[in-house]
Design a protein around this ligand. Structure first.
Ligand code: FDA
Length: 407
């Protein structure tokens, strides 16, 4: 390295990435007495926290089962996340939020949101960093990182050379590049010979290209509860959540959740009237009603959907008592078991998270240290992806805490 090492800034730990995991880790490590620098290439820190949860940050989930936390996470080794998540539970983060006087509420399925703004969580993390005497540099670009012998790294940065025995990479995934996401973490991992599980957009809307989508595009804006399923046998996964039709495809919590499990080319199966036996209901209607089929169906699903489904088949545009049994059976099957193959996803521009990342086979689940001594990875950059609903932030807090305890 050509830079003048004598003028280098020295820290016990350098955390790269001042997002959820990086800020939390820096604060905890600083309060344990370490001299910590956290740096970020963006001018503003914690931007993803700020935009999360519709501006109210769904900062954790009460339903996370500390005895089996892996149930709400995916990755090549779903059990990897268990140690950190069971040692730093949602309740511990809730206590921190309460200590800072931040009011919150439960919205749905254990999801906790700020009553006010998500900026309160960012401010809380910054206050925790300040309490630990953490130094913050942003914007600060990171250049070359070299291992300068056992227990020593040199980092070239736009604010000068830094020397440290420990680096924590907390640069997140690839989603939402417009607010600072980069592939930095994967590149550093590769530089030091660590393996990467190919990243892919997750918690992302799905698209259905071509003319086949045309009849459904007019349903854009329609939201309804559905049961959605993908995969076969052991890989089968299903969610009971709300679905949203968009101009290009499907979104809403049901689709975001299933997108993390969906494999390109595989079909999705949707039940638009979960808990209702559509075939039986339409069969009974045929015996007692003279209403049009669309109107009968509209007692089971939203009328816009009923119209779209019935509108596609002339055999269904008649009173229900005049319908052929075969036509009613086909309609019931479509409502209860609609199969469709997405053409793709909306990509990193719209994805809430990136699945894949630094391969957990090269990390310690206890400390988050990699096979390269003194180099740690925490948060979304790791191949651990949570369900929608505060699980990804809980992974950021828990992995950061496990790492900070070990530094
Ligand atoms: P995070 O992305 O938070 O931070 C990474 C930091 O590294 C950023 O500050 C970035 O600028 C910096 N960085 C990147 N490259 C760098 C480089 N080369 N040099 C220096 N710095 C660099 N989750 C949840 O649990 N509840 C929710 O409500 C939501 N809502 C939500 C909404 C939207 C729109 C998105 C996109 C995501 C969510 N998420 C979420 C997911 C959640 O935001 C995400 O999982 C965590 O922020 C991940 O935390 P990290 O600290 O790992 O990365």
């Amino acid at each position: 390295m050509s830079a003048d090492v004598s003028s280098a800034s020295r820290f016990d730990v350098v955390v790269i990435g001042a997002g959820a995991a990086g800020l939390f880790c820096a604060g905890v490590a600083g309060q344990r007495g370490l001299k910590v620098l956290v740096l970020d290439h963006s001018e503003k820190v914690g931007e993803k926290i700020r935009i999360s949860g519709g501006g109210r940050a769904n900062f954790t989930n009460r339903d996370l089962d500390v005895r089996a936390p892996q149930r709400h996470f995916i990755g090549d080794n779903p059990n990897f996340c268990r140690s950190a998540l069971s040692r730093y539970a949602p309740q511990q983060f809730i206590e921190l939020v309460q200590k800072h006087g931040i009011a919150f509420h439960e919205k749905h399925k254990g999801q906790l949101f700020c009553d006010g703004s998500s900026q309160q969580i960012v401010d809380m993390l910054l206050a925790e960093c300040a309490a630990g005497g953490v130094e913050r540099w942003q914007p600060c670009k990171v250049g070359k990182i070299v291992s300068a012998g056992p227990g020593s790294y040199q980092i070239e940065s736009s604010r000068g050379l830094i020397e440290t025995p420990k680096i924590v990479v907390a640069t997140g995934g690839l989603s939402i590049p417009q607010i600072g996401a980069s592939d930095f973490g994967y590149r550093i991992a590769e530089q030091f010979g660590l393996r990467i599980v190919t990243p892919r957009p997750a918690l992302v809307p799905l698209t259905f290209g071509g003319d086949a989508w045309a009849p459904y595009a007019e349903l854009a804006g329609l939201a309804l509860p559905v049961r959605i399923e993908t995969g076969a046998k052991k890989e089968k996964m299903a969610f009971l959540e709300d679905l949203l039709f968009t101009h290009r495809g499907l979104s809403g919590p049901a689709v975001l959740q299933i997108s993390s499990y969906w494999k390109p080319g595989a079909p999705l199966t949707l039940d638009f009237a979960p808990g209702v036996n559509v075939a039986e209901s339409l069969g009974e209607a045929k015996l007692r009603s003279k209403k049009r089929i669309a109107n009968e169906l509209a007692t089971l699903v939203p009328s816009r959907l009923a119209d779209a489904w019935v509108g596609q088949d002339p055999a269904l545009q008649r009173p229900v008592n005049e319908a052929a049994d075969k036509a009613l059976a086909a309609l019931s099957e479509r409502v209860a078991r609609w199969q469709i193959v997405p053409s793709g996803t909306e990509g990193y521009k719209k994805a809430e998270v990136t699945a894949g990342g630094v391969d957990t086979r090269d990390l310690s689940s206890q400390t988050m240290e990699s096979k390269q001594p003194g180099l740690y990875f925490i948060g979304e950059v790791v191949d651990v992806t949570g369900w929608l609903g505060g699980y990804n932030f809980q992974w950021a807090w828990a992995s950061a805490h496990a790492c900070a305890q070990a530094l």
